[in-house]
Design a protein around this ligand. Structure first.
Ligand SMILES: Nc1ncnc2c1ncn2[C@@H]1O[C@H](COP(=O)(O)OP(=O)(O)OP(=O)(O)O)[C@@H](O)[C@H]1O
Ligand SMILES: [Mg+2]
Length: 370
């Protein structure tokens, strides 16, 4: 199948604009996640691609095959799109066995009995459910039902696989297992896939690229690494990973700039060449590279700042400790293998762990993400 293109897609439900000019492309065989908080428009986008819903405007095409075009009012029925859709609720037929459930789409498509049997056997082996082929859905665990739902979609070989939170009914352990299993399946099949989730770990671990959405709009498109390491705005920095935020003013720019924050402290920051000196900025700090300076120890040999703070909480997370440190009216989180006994510390903040955004439209929802 050729690439799938979604261009300036908009969907209004009465006065509610659920998605607003969403554009992205999924290459042949690529696995792309739509990621974002509840209500950001992920399912609406997926339903529009599947043809379950009529968008208000925009274009959806697979190669030269136009599924929807708002301008010419073209709308291809879902059956003709050859998209395989798997929902969060597996919706298996309760009165059919696993094998019968998987066979059903092939029966509908009037395939010959021998070919049906061959394909059902093949796909059940693929999802490791051969031994449970004669069970009924109520005799299966959530994770097994989810695999049958996927098998029932894979069996008719859809050109595009559309998955809407398929793992969200599973408990944390099972979800973890299902995720690594999906990853193996992805490597094996290389199907063009759009995966909807609000779970960043799922999106990061499974995706070739992520489309991060908020409020019906695309915030950033990139590989998991790009999105984590170079978030386009504070919303992305807040949503992906754990960041602490300081508001301040850029007092000097260039490759290593300086930002004045509350209490007249200054932080050395990297990558401010495109921001004018004097601009109000938000600094997002990633916790991974922060460290505690032992008292009297010299600062590391790199651009950065030692910030003085007060330890306000300590929690044991199993194998490591998490501390919240109050610095200039913001809470900075630091994980480490040892508990910090002292009440006051100096935190080393490398300039390269600070991301600077000119303050404007997109604001983080909280100072520290929980
Ligand atoms: N049929 C509808 N009528 C009115 N508003 C709707 C309808 N369907 C969705 N919406 C609204 O559109 C927005 C996007 O909804 P959507 O279901 O796409 O979100 P989502 O990103 O899938 O969220 P979740 O993670 O909670 O599933 C929401 O504000 C929602 O309330
Ligand atoms: Mg949804």
């Amino acid at each position: 199948m050729a690439e799938l293109v979604v261009s300036r897609l908009t969907k209004e439900f009465g006065a509610v604009r659920a998605i607003d000019g969403v554009s992205f492309t999924v290459a042949d065989g690529e696995f792309v996640s739509l990621l974002g908080p509840s209500g950001c428009g992920k399912s609406t986008t997926l339903a529009a691609i599947a043809g379950l819903d009529m968008p208000t405007a925009g274009l959806i095409r697979a190669g030269q095959n136009i599924f929807f075009d708002g301008e010419s009012s073209r709308f291809v029925e879902p059956e003709a799109r050859n998209c395989g859709l798997v929902f969060q609720s597996y919706a298996l037929w309760p009165h059919m066995t696993v094998a019968q459930n998987v066979d059903f789409p092939l029966k509908l498509r009037k395939l010959e009995r021998k070919e049906r049997k061959r394909r059902v056997d093949e796909v059940l082996a693929l999802v490791e459910m051969t031994h449970l082929a004669d069970r009924y859905p109520h005799q299966l665990s959530g994770g097994q039902q989810q695999r049958v739902a996927l098998a029932r979609t894979l069996v008719y070989r859809p050109a595009v696989l559309l998955l809407d939170e398929p793992l969200s009914n599973l408990d944390a352990k099972l979800r973890d297992r299902a995720r690594s299993w999906l990853l193996q399946l992805k490597e094996q099949l290389r199907l063009t896939t759009i995966y909807v989730t609000h779970d960043q770990v799922e999106a990061m671990s499974l995706s070739d690229r992520i489309v991060l959405m908020d409020g019906g709009r695309v915030m950033q498109i990139g590989t998991p690494k790009e999105i984590y390491e170079a978030p386009a705005n504070p919303f992305v920095a807040d949503f992906i990973g754990t960041s602490s935020f300081f508001d301040g003013e850029l007092t000097s720019g260039g490759a290593t700039g300086r930002v004045r924050i509350a209490g007249d402290s200054e932080i050395a920051v990297a990558g401010t060449t495109r921001i004018p000196v004097g601009a109000p900025v938000t600094v997002a700090i990633r916790p991974d590279r922060l460290s505690i300076l032992a008292s009297g120890a010299p600062a590391p040999d790199e651009a950065g700042t030692a910030l003085h703070g007060r330890v306000v909480s300590r929690s044991y997370l199993g194998g490591r400790y998490q501390h919240e440190i109050s610095i200039a009216q913001t809470l900075l989180r630091i994980d480490g293998p040892y508990v910090l006994e002292q009440s006051e510390v100096h935190v080393w903040v490398p300039a390269s762990s600070c991301l600077v955004f000119e303050r404007g439209a997109s604001r983080p929802r909280s100072a520290v993400r929980h």
